[in-house]
Every structure is written in C-alpha cells, then in structure tokens.
Design a protein around this ligand. Sequence first.
Ligand code: FES
Length: 210
Amino acid sequence: MTQSETPPSSDGTRRRDLLATGTVVLGCAGACALAVPFVESLKNPVANPLSDRLLDVDLSSLTPGQDMSVRWRDWPVFIQRRTPQMLAALQAPDHLATLRDADSKVLQQPKDATNWHRSVRPEYGVLIGVCTHLGCVPSFEKPGSTPEAKGGYFCPCHGSHFDAAGRVARRAPAPCNLPVPPVTFLSDTKLRIGHSAGDPGFSMSDIQQI
Ligand code: FES
C-alpha cells in the first residue's frame, strides 16, 4: 500500500507529531516559508468579549467566489462564499471519484456539516486552514485563476489538493479532509465561529486529524 493510499489513523495527531519531528524541521523549512506571507495576511477581527472561544465574523463584504481568512483559537479559518458553479463542481460524479473521503465519513466536522458541501449553508464554506498532513497552511485557488482552479485549496508544502469543501484528493499526502469548525449563523451576514447550533455537543477535540 502506498503512502497516498494509507487510510487515516485513529490516532492521527500522534502520527502527525511523529512525522513532524522527523520531517518538518529539516525538510519543510523552505516550503513553510512560502506559507508565511499568507499567514501574515490573515485578518484578525475582535473576538467576542463573552468568550475567547467565540468569534463573530461579518460576511457582508464577501462576494461570490471570494474567500477570507480569520484567526480563531490560533488556527487560520478560511471562509468562502461559493458560486453556483462551485457548488455544481462539488457534486460532479467525475470529481467525487477523485476524493479520498467524498462522504465525510471520517469525523472531521460537526454533524450539521456532514453533508455534500461540508457546511451549514451551501453558499458558505468554513474550514480550518491547517493541512492534515504536517500542518502547513494551504492557499486558496480562486475559481478561474487557472483552468483547473475551482475554488479549492492547495498546500504548498507537499502538494495536497483540497476541493472547495475541504475534501482531500485521493492521491494527496494529506490523509483527511480539512477540519470544519463549529459555526452558527446569527443572521444572513453574521457568522459565529465556536458553537454549532445544529450539533451543540461538538468539540474540536472530536476531530480526528488537525
Ligand atoms: S503539510 Fe504536507 S501536504 Fe500539506
């Protein structure tokens, strides 16, 4: 069985920590440096004063096909507003055949995001921007920026591709889909990160690989 076919470990964090110790320090320095400008570009809106684990985000400036990044609990969080074309691409049978976990069977998201678009509302995707391989920050591939770009994410460290729902490509080194944080829409343009109204018992510690 090749590395790319290895199923996710039930103890993924420990597996990644071991890999990180041996590989990241020596081998990833240059590639990780590529990701630094992206991390530095993250916006950091004011956290909800009631709890440092809740973050309210204004989505009113996010136009279809765009994404934005915020920081929550020291993780970058990608928020994208999907076009009808992006949503259609997520459901195309030939695309689904290229994914390792098209149906989100591995617990990488709350129950209310365990669906074909891996989000509470199909129009908005919300993903933890940490590659499930060795933890680099993937970059957004704006739809139409290249002939292949359909609004997914690419990790510069070892070349993992994720689609617009954060689902990892079958042949990528990353073992799992990008994690989805718990979110609740307070209005059509206001998103709260840190609590899932549809899965209130969900905790980020439930995630298998982050
Ligand atoms: S960290 Fe290796 S592919 Fe992302």
